[in-house]
Design a protein. Sequence first.
Length: 167
Amino acid sequence: MKLHAEQLSNLHGAALAARHGALSADHLEYLDDAGASALAEAATVAVLLPGAFYTLREAQRPPVALLRAHGVRMAVATDCNPGTAPMTSLCLAMNMACTLFHLTPAEALLGTTAHAAAALGLADCGTLTLGHRADLAIWEARHPAELSYRIGATPLHARICGGRLDA
């Protein structure tokens, strides 16, 4: 289960998602302390969607400091849809998560890998771990922070899916 919660107001959807064991609660701009605490207790992932925030010209940011304080895992995604987030670039989502939501580049990278996998219920991917699926992207970058830094860049060098080079 996943829940679209607290995007435009606080209707306590995050706490509801946590109470029912949801994998994730998405958006969370109006999340309060009780909701963050519930997410942490249930290990529900907070999914940050900066593309929708930007497109809708929102002013209320997700409470990243509150999520950090409660130890809630934060995923970052594009929320690609034709209505509120016509964005397909994961690197741009990472950049916006850093510039708009004040994530660190390391948090943005973790948010698009291990925490994103957890938000999807994928226990066998998201990290380079023995026994996990060998689905990965090889980026042309000297430092992982470059993935969040360059606006509009597509530094993908190669993709490996299921242990095979994807041409």
